[in-house]
Design a protein around this ligand. Structure first.
Ligand SMILES: *[C@@H]1O[C@H](CO)[C@@H](O)[C@H](O)[C@H]1NC(C)=O
Ligand SMILES: *[C@@H]1O[C@H](CO)[C@@H](O)[C@H](O)[C@H]1NC(C)=O
Ligand SMILES: *[C@@H]1O[C@H](CO)[C@@H](O)[C@H](O)[C@H]1NC(C)=O
Ligand SMILES: *[C@@H]1O[C@H](CO)[C@@H](O)[C@H](O)[C@H]1NC(C)=O
Ligand SMILES: *[C@@H]1O[C@H](CO)[C@@H](O)[C@H](O)[C@H]1NC(C)=O
Ligand SMILES: [Ca+2]
Length: 527
């Protein structure tokens, strides 16, 4: 019986649960072999793998010890927060522990004793791994929910942040946004960022403690109220632009902007009842493995997909070495119900012996040459195996042949270079007088003006004579009475009327000869 069951499970791997299995050993007419399927890891409690950071410094209560009150009992301020006493401390880690029955443990901020300066706190959760949310984010506040807060997300390990949802007791006043509910969104607006008033109003601190980011309600737009029609959701995730990314995060940030007020205005005489206290942050999701892994493990402090289908990387986002005969692709939920693995293929297996180093998905047989060649090489490559760089590009010496960055644009200066091609180290061929790898500089004794031109004058050999000054190496600005390229010529030699007995006499033939000599020395004048 057990044997039969095992056999059944082997034969029907996909009946167990959608996209649970990456491969299965099957027997075909040609003998046993592996069959591959699109697969994804199970959803997990992501708070177990998170790194938390609370800002600004000093926002956590208890240093120095502080008393606080509650909205129920505003004048009985007997509670104390003391960071140095484990029983009275409220460090950030208490947002992620598992609550024992009854007693909530929580992170708590300092009180709003600096009112009217706003009481601001950021709670940043980082996974160093892309996560796909599969259920609501639920944040539990003790002593009342914030009257204004914002949820932000990052998709690139905290380099850039985007608003995810706004929360306020009055959305118009706090964010100039109309209040909306996720339940009212439609198929075309399922990834809209909105402001909700559902989780910010005062309803008595004990009654409603949670603030949600509603993932299920958004899924339900496609999959129906009980998420029964997951096939429809998967189809939409695959096809609707940006929808999958909307549910993907590497980091989340709660920006707490104003604490609970107990249903009234801020009472300045008792600021000790205003603070934030978070007992739990529940984030349910799965590692994003691009449908190439069904396991995700915690290794060296980070989550990591156990990649199948000859893929590799933290998210199985590329093909393993020697498995790059075609470009990497994510696995697909389609076609329903089992999807496609889109596995990476070993070099040489795609089409006879045609390796394209991952720059092309297609090979073509050229009859009269009797060769198989890659078609439409991407990433600026060319050649039978996409093994060369296109003209105007050169080989990136720190990249392997199958790297997307293998070819770098030459970027030759259009004016300074002879053409837009370069040698293997990226050097362009320069016109006379130009230099530098890209030919955008001039050799010494040349100046740049839509290209490089030899200096007419300078401060060394081509000195302007007779008190003339050299203007940007392009010409001498001569004093009255002198002319010529280097002001070497007295006007009175040309026109006797100009003579006024000035020093011009001294700047006679000698200077002219010197100027010509210099020009000749430098090869500019052929005598
Ligand atoms: C919270 O983070 C935002 C950026 O997301 C930043 O502009 C703000 O200054 C931070 N606030 C605090 C109190 O650190
Ligand atoms: C993030 O994950 C990558 C890949 O697993 C790892 O190399 C890196 O050290 C991690 N960074 C941090 C800050 O944990
Ligand atoms: C990955 O490569 C191994 C070794 O060549 C091979 O046995 C296996 O079938 C490949 N898997 C896929 C999904 O192509
Ligand atoms: C060369 O390739 C390496 C490895 O992929 C990449 O990090 C680098 O950015 C590339 N250089 C340029 C100039 O594109
Ligand atoms: C490319 O040209 C530069 C400048 O002429 C030269 O220094 C370099 O050696 C050349 N590189 C190769 C690989 O020929
Ligand atoms: Ca807790």
């Amino acid at each position: 019986m057990l044997y039969l069951l095992a056999l059944l499970l082997h034969r029907l791997p996909l009946a167990m649960g959608q996209y649970d299995i990456c491969k299965s050993w099957v027997t075909t007419d040609d003998g046993p072999s592996w069959e591959f399927y699109a697969c994804q890891p199970k959803a997990m409690r992501m708070k177990d793998y998170v790194t938390v950071r609370v800002d600004p410094a000093g926002i956590t209560c208890g240093d120095p010890p502080e008393r606080f009150c509650t909205h129920e009992n505003p004048y009985l301020c007997s509670d104390e927060c003391d960071a140095s006493n484990p029983d009275l401390a409220h460090p950030p880690k208490l947002m992620f522990d598992s609550e024992d029955e009854g007693l909530a443990t929580y992170w708590q901020s300092v009180t709003w004793r600096r009112y009217p300066e706003p009481l601001l706190a950021n709670i940043t959760l980082s996974w160093n791994k892309s996560i796909e949310l599969t259920d609501d984010i639920v944040i539990t506040f003790e002593y009342g929910r914030p009257t204004i807060m914002m949820l932000e997300k990052s998709l690139d390990n905290g380099r850039t942040w985007h608003p995810y949802q706004y929360y306020a007791d009055d959305c118009m006043e706090a964010f100039s946004m109309p209040a909306r509910r996720v339940r009212d969104l439609s198929t075309t607006s399922a990834n809209r960022v909105l402001c909700t008033e559902e989780y910010s109003r005062w309803v008595g601190s004990k009654k409603e403690k949670t603030v949600r980011f509603e993932v299920r309600d958004r899924f339900a737009i496609f999959a129906g109220p009980d998420l029964k029609n997951m096939d429809n959701l998967y189809t939409r995730l695959e096809s609707a632009k940006g929808l999958k990314d909307f549910f993907t995060v590497t980091d989340l940030r709660m920006r707490l902007l104003r604490p609970a007020l107990g249903g009234t205005y801020v009472q300045r005489e008792n600021l000790y009842k205003y603070f934030y206290a978070v007992s739990n942050i529940e984030v349910t999701g799965r590692c994003k493995c691009n449908l190439h892994a069904n396991l995700c493990t915690f290794k060296e402090g980070s989550l990591q997909c156990e990649c199948e289908h000859n893929t590799t990387g933290q998210d199985c986002g590329k093909c393993k070495k020697n498995f790059r005969s075609r470009s990497w692709r994510a696995g697909s939920y389609l076609p329903l119900p089992n999807g496609s693995p889109n596995a990476c293929a070993a070099a040489g297996s795609a089409f006879g012996n045609c390796e394209c180093y991952g720059h092309s998905n297609r090979c073509s047989y050229i009859d009269f040459l009797n060769v198989v060649t890659c078609v439409s090489c991407k990433h600026n490559t060319r050649g039978q195996h996409c093994q060369h760089c296109r003209l105007g590009f050169y080989r990136n010496s720190s990249a392997e042949l199958d790297d997307e960055n293998v070819c770098i644009e030459c970027n030759c200066n259009q004016i300074g270079s002879l053409h837009d091609r370069c040698n293997e180290t990226g050097y362009c061929e320069c016109k006379e007088g130009a230099t530098g790898p890209k030919c955008d500089d001039c050799l010494p004794n040349y100046y740049w003006r839509q290209g490089c031109f030899p200096n007419v004058c300078d401060e060394e050999l081509l000195l302007c004579q007779n008190g003339g000054t050299c203007y940007q190496n392009q010409r001498c600005v001569c004093p009255v009475g002198f002319k010529g390229v280097l002001c070497q010529q007295s006007r009175c030699e040309v026109d006797k009327k100009d003579c006024d007995g000035a020093p011009s006499a001294r700047a006679g033939l000698g200077t002219v000869l010197l100027g010509v000599l210099v020009l000749q020395l430098r090869g500019f004048v052929d005598l």
